[in-house]
Design a protein around this ligand. Structure first.
Ligand code: TYD
Length: 211
């Protein structure tokens, strides 16, 4: 595949959507086609699944059922949106992906990171991002930016602390495919760091590093 797949991860309130928008604008300005999408969701079926997994109505949802629903939405998303875009040579910017399942369901929910990762790899035909940007923030601070909380945001602070350390651990294990930034820095400073890394990756890697 000739495209380039960028994922944004981080805790609640880390400012992902602002940075995704700024990166998309910067890349579009350079003449590339950018597809912006999100998980859970990104397809009609995926958005329905999103409604179920995030709804406080299903407060006691079984953790395994939850993990399967996220993986199902992801499989559909890759098949219908992400893989076709990468095959066309587009840049895909996705809000959350497989590492969110590893962090939230695998680590914080206790289902085990390896199993949860394998489930998503199976669902997606082994599609991994070229670059994952982790916007790191202390959950006590990030959650403070919300009034209304969905089912997962309403989890206790320790849950979100486990999510945070999971992202940092994943990034440490594979620094070539991750960029970790302090989400408290200036919006423009963060945006410049992300763009510099993406441009360097694209310039240094003509085949897009898919695989
Ligand atoms: P969303 O409102 O998109 O949150 P954010 O703006 O923080 O991305 O809600 C997504 C929620 O779902 C968020 O709490 C993280 C969680 N999630 C998982 O638990 N597992 C997953 O695989 C994904 C993609 C998200």
């Amino acid at each position: 595949m000739s495209g380039y797949f960028i994922v944004f991860e981080g805790g609640e309130g880390a400012g992902k959507s602002t940075q995704e928008r700024l990166l998309a604008e910067a890349l579009t300005g350079r003449g590339v086609t950018v597809v912006r999408t999100r998980e859970p969701g990104g397809t009609p079926a995926g958005e329905e699944i999103r409604r179920v997994v995030l709804s406080p109505e299903f407060a006691g949802l079984d953790p395994r059922a939850e993990a399967l629903l996220f993986a199902a939405a992801r499989g559909e998303h890759v098949a219908r949106v992400i893989r076709p875009a990468l095959e066309r040579g587009d840049i895909v910017i996705c809000d959350r992906y497989l590492d969110s399942s590893v962090a939230y369901q695998g680590f914080a929910r206790g289902l085990g990171p390896v199993r949860v990762r394998d489930l998503s790899l199976w669902a997606t035909g082994d599609l991994l991002p070229d670059l994952t940007v982790v916007l790191d923030i202390d959950p006590a601070e990030g959650l403070g930016r919300f009034d209304q909380r969905d089912r997962l945001e309403a989890e206790p602070l320790e849950y979100h602390q486990q999510v945070r350390s999971a992202f940092l651990t994943l990034a440490e294990e594979d620094p070539r495919r991750y960029l970790v930034l302090d989400a408290r820095a200036d919006v423009s400073v963060i945006a410049a760091a992300i763009l510099a890394r993406v441009v360097a990756d694209l310039d240094g890697d003509d085949d897009g590093a898919q695989g």
